[in-house]
Design a protein around this ligand. Sequence first.
Ligand code: AVJ
Length: 328
Amino acid sequence: NNSYITGVNSATLSFEQQQFALDVVQGLSKKQKTLSSKYFYDGVGSKLFQKIMELPEYYLTHTETEIFTQQKEKIISGFCSDQPFNLVDLGAGDAAKTKILLRALLKRYTRFSFVPVDISSDALQELKENLTQELPQLTVVPLAGDYFEALTQLKQESGIRQVLLFLGSNIGNFTYPEIQVFLKKLRQFLQTGDQLLIGFDLKKDPRIIRQAYDDAAGVTASFNFNLLQRMNDTFAGNFNLKYFQHFAEYNPVTGEMRSYLISTRDQQITLQELDFTFSLQAWEAIHTESSYKFSKAEIQELAAEVNLETELIFTDANHYFADVLFRI
Ligand code: AVJ
């Protein structure tokens, strides 16, 4: 409903907040309400995600950490060449896993710069300070913004080989068609010889997957609820978090893990700054995130469709997760 969008008060909102406002009004005006998972990551949300990564149920991080710890030498041998390169980490966050690779690279005296990219400028600022402390010999060039904003900046100072990291199953937040568009777009920023290391969460026992998104301590629920809090804070909203429930469900056929915020009663919500009011019925769902899981065959299919050459595949003993190195 576009009439609401004109109500967005651009005088008091930053550019980023205006984008957020448009997405919120659009998503909440739909018959099946949605919010984009990219808005989870404000300062509080990034902190909550760091807590998720430490949860026993959240196997993704533990498994990718295991892969990196046990196979780091093979992985970085895959990157290395005699030429200097940029190691670009898309969605770096706290870069806890990337640091395993960074340490190994620094030991080999490889010439490279580390370029962490993140949507959360808070997380990026903290990372920069942390790396200055922990790895003072490392050259760090942080880039805030979404992936393509960052890549556009990178292209302008190109001429250097790029090795892109897209870890932690960040790619899982995209649908299949979106992944294809994303990978095709990525190719336009890259040149022959550039590489891409992508972390894919693999299909596995559906119960294990579901628990990872509905942990016993309720951290993932808080992460989901924080989106409501963020809208309250940013747009003077009146979401009452008490009247929502976190719900997570896995579809083993499509590989889609879905998270929702479910309204537990009939309610009307107003976001004052946006002049926007809408209703939720009892048990109506707002879809807040999809996290896709892949089979190895699906990964190969995807690669073939977008013309990427698979160089190396790294997996853990249980085959829960795969880091795949592609070459352009
Ligand atoms: C950061 C997108 C990889 O989908 O597993 C964790 C985010 N959401 N728990 C994921 C998330 C709920 C995470 N990614």
